[in-house]
Design a protein around this ligand. Structure first.
Ligand code: FES
Length: 88
């Protein structure tokens, strides 16, 4: 799929550039000339960069949420459950 119509740059080309080390819009502009004409593709190119960063194993591990813990139903019945888990 084309991301940049002005320069005929596809999503695959951007993903390949990211895989090869592009880490910013400046990198993508220098390597592919993406977003160097009308600029309408900049948001999509930035989204691909952001998505690639969020999928990096080291970042995914850093951003992972702790495992959910079960809340005993009895705590809800007494109305004290939220105070225990969300202390003010
Ligand atoms: S669509 Fe990319 S510069 Fe115009």
């Amino acid at each position: 799929m084309f991301v940049c119509l002005c320069k005929a740059i596809t999503e695959q080309q951007i993903c390949d550039a990211i895989d090869q080390g592009a880490r910013s819009m400046a990198d993508l502009r220098n390597q592919l000339a993406v977003a160097t004409d009308c600029g309408l593709c900049a948001c999509d190119a930035k989204a691909l960069l952001a998505r690639s960063h969020s999928l990096a194993p080291s970042q995914a591990a850093a951003q992972s949420m702790p495992a959910a813990q079960p809340v005993p139903a009895a705590l809800y019945a007494t109305g004290q459950g939220s105070a225990q888990f969300y202390p003010v």
